[in-house]
Design a protein around this ligand. Sequence first.
Ligand SMILES: [Zn+2]
Length: 108
Amino acid sequence: MSESCPTCDSETGLREILYGLPAEPVDESKYVIGGCCISENDPMLRCMDCGWEGEYRNNMPFQDKTIEVAQLKPIADMTDTEIEDYAKQLWNKLTDGGKGSNDGHSKG
Ligand SMILES: [Zn+2]
């Protein structure tokens, strides 16, 4: 392993973090036991010298961390008309341009 710690630059302090209970004793010069609880974002590396942890992996790939949230504008200082207009725009965004939504074309 040619990596060094990004924080203290130690080349000897880095350990690969193992999760779960190892079946046999681990080489403590290479590995450190991270515990048996795996969360959705665990570091894969730990520096024994400074305590740095990093190289996060996503254990739950179906949860995209970069979910785009709709940015809400402050509507406090908008007029009613502006708010209504803004709500429509927002709705169009959320519904992919109104595609497939029932857009007031009522039957009758
Ligand atoms: Zn370090």
